[in-house]
Design a protein around this ligand. Structure first.
Ligand code: MF3
Ligand code: CO
Length: 248
């Protein structure tokens, strides 16, 4: 159900978001060739528990891990694994923090060691795409305005927007209405209202936007084997404009 949050509820989600952001800053220091995504996952779980929070993704619809860790051509919902990350890889760490019932959701793509300039450009465009989406997340703008801002920018840079996964409302559970595509048309869809808390989480591909599902039923990857990146923030729609609850 779509719920409009009180200031107090947004405050609770903001506390979760600050912890999530701090955890991402720790991950940034850990990521280098040789570490595995299973080690990062263990670090995250320990970090959250130490700070009185829990990893909301663990057990969600049977998902087994605290984080999603999507490497290179994996678009989202990659399983943390034992193999080491290699120089030149990119890896998206996505997680949802539950702190005293307040939820926050944020993904970040990290470069492992030095990456090629072309890959760096994919990361830069994806982060800017997230910012373009947030910029238009104002009361009375529409859902379609967010997708439009992201899609027009990303395609003008020669990349593509994943269509099979959307952003979403969040709180009191992880996935709440509305669904928010990262592509679309201006002046379409429902209006943003004061008190909505949503994610914006564009998944941007180097090649075609088409995805395929792994046999594990969770992990989506690009059909052409090219790279995919993602940045995600949880934001509150307020009278003062969008507030990024997971700001690093
Ligand atoms: N954080 C993911 C999202 O952005 C949630 C993935 S659900 C999981 O919606 F179960 F895979 F963790
Ligand atoms: Co999300």
């Amino acid at each position: 159900m779509l719920t409009l949050k009180s200031d107090r509820e947004i405050q609770l989600m903001h506390e979760a978001g600050k912890l999530l952001a701090a955890c991402h800053r720790e991950i940034a220091k850990l990521i280098k060739p040789g570490i595995s995504t299973l080690e990062i996952d263990a670090f995250v779980e320990k970090y959250l528990l130490k700070h009185g929070a829990t990893p909301e993704q663990k057990g969600y619809k049977g998902y087994q891990f605290a984080t999603c860790a999507s490497i290179n051509d994996e678009i989202c919902h990659g399983f943390p694994r034992r193999e080491s990350l290699k120089k030149g890889d990119i890896v998206t760490i996505d997680m949802v923090v539950n702190l005293n019932g307040g939820l926050a959701d944020s993904a970040w793509t990290y470069a492992v060691g030095k990456i090629p300039d072309k890959t760096k450009r994919l990361l830069d465009v994806t982060l800017t795409a997230l910012e373009k989406g947030i910029e238009v997340a104002y009361i009375d703008n529409r859902i379609g305005d967010i997708g439009y801002a992201i899609q027009t920018y990303v395609e003008s840079e020669g990349f593509s927007v994943v269509r099979d996964f959307t952003a979403h409302g969040i709180g009191p559970t992880l996935h709440e209405p509305p669904q928010i595509p990262h592509f679309g048309n201006k002046n379409t869809g429902s209006r943003l209202k004061e008190g909505m808390v949503i994610t914006i989480e564009p998944m941007i591909n180097e090649g075609t936007w088409h995805s395929k599902m792994d046999l594990n039923g969770w992990t989506a990857r690009t059909v052409d084997g090219k790279l995919s990146a993602q940045y995600e923030h949880t934001i509150a729609i307020t009278k003062d404009g969008p507030i990024i609850l997971t700001k690093q």
